[in-house]
Design a protein around this ligand. Sequence first.
Ligand code: G1P
Length: 289
Amino acid sequence: MKPVRKAVLPVAGLGTRVLPGTKTTPKELLNVVDRPILSYVVEEGRKAGIEHFVFVTGRGKGAIEDYFDHQIELEAQLEAKGKLDILAQLRAELPKPGEMSFVRQMAPLGLGHAVWCARDIIGDEPFAVMLPDVIIDAERSALGQLVDAYNKVGGGNLVGVEEVPEADTHKYGIVAPSKVDGRLATMSGMVEKPAKGTAPSNWSIAGRYILQPEIFGLLAEQEKGAGNEIQLTDSMAKLLHLQPFHAYIYEGVTHDCGDKIGLLRANVALALKRPDLGEAARAAISALL
Ligand code: G1P
């Protein structure tokens, strides 16, 4: 059984739900409290043992590459001003040499197409997919929980799932669980954005995956699905009949930061939890209410 060492982060999305904030700033770099969304996601990946991050980028996303590099002038200024805490924080987040790769998705053809663009860098090994606008606030890294489950079941494929209100199932990929054993379940199928009233369950695919490289052969067929896009869920639904595939209900609170209210909620929730800011945040929010 090969370990999960690499993660694909599709960061080419336009962020239309939070425009105009994302007109010139990639949505993945919008701040939650005082760090970009992406910083939380990469931290979760590192805690899960990811050694190599593959970003699938697009036009206008160059700032992501710059975020994960030295900013020589800024660092010199911080040093000169004695702001060593923040300097150390910036440096701690920098990648080790060769820890990150960037590949371009030249047209927005869907999540399945974005993941497929990373195939040559992933090669013949299992890999994670982390949707970069989803912050999962959990004691044990959410992807780490999936890796633990992967080791427990002896490999194969996994999707992280959470329960959502029935009325929201049409917004997500939804799985059809068959045998449920605690947080783990086998599945009889999955469907991307089912029409209202047709979802096989209320277990939504929440943006963390562990996949075997055979998914690339299925994605290569480039079949279009929901929203006329090449959907990752459609290829996973085929792989499900060829290889072991589990859903895993992770422990943690999911924040969809690609959405106005989700981004606001993430800011409030994570500020309230911060030892250095929680009290002041609570006072400020209470005053507004
Ligand atoms: C994507 C996936 C979907 C998943 C969702 C989670 O959809 O296609 O299966 O449930 O992310 O956020 P999107 O939000 O890009 O439409």
